[in-house]
Design a binder for this molecule. Structure first.
Ligand code: HEC
Length: 114
């Protein structure tokens, strides 16, 4: 009886964790829906302007942090770039996680070390 209870607790803890991580497929659909590639490039490695950041392969935590900062915007002491504040404010916290998981999964050309 006791063993079964412990097992159930473990199983529910594991599934809660799985729910917290972003879903790559959902993120892919979201970046298509919001046309993020229009500026960041179709492979997220070739932005339309050299001053626009490459996103492919970027760390999940960095992407989540950046998008959350744009969501907060200027008033909330977040990032205040007007283009990205406009893009990010429609995203839910779950959208941010899914998008970060997807962008991180893409092959990167970011230079880690030279
Ligand atoms: C109209 C052009 C445009 C569109 C569309 C756009 N972005 Fe951006 N994005 C930018 C620019 C410009 C920056 C740099 C802003 C700055 O200096 O803070 C940026 C920055 C970012 C960053 C921060 C990257 C870093 O290295 O700090 C992320 C993450 C990001 N965009 C994700 C997205 C996502 C996700 C979408 C779609 C929901 C999107 N962008 C749509 C132009 C765009």
């Amino acid at each position: 009886m006791k063993k079964a209870l412990v097992l159930m607790t473990l199983v529910s803890a594991v599934s809660l964790n799985a729910g917290a991580a972003g879903k790559i497929e959902a993120g892919k659909a979201l970046v298509a829906k919001y046309s993020c590639a229009t500026c960041h490039g179709k492979d997220f490695n070739s932005p339309i302007d050299p001053s626009y950041p490459k996103l492919a392969g970027q760390h999940v935590s960095y992407l989540e942090h950046a998008l959350t900062a744009y969501k907060r915007g200027e008033a909330g002491y977040g990032r205040n770039n007007p283009i990205m504040v406009g893009q990010a404010k429609v995203l839910s916290d779950k959208d941010v996680k899914d998008i970060a998981a997807y962008l991180h999964s893409l092959p990167a050309t970011l230079v880690l070390q030279k």
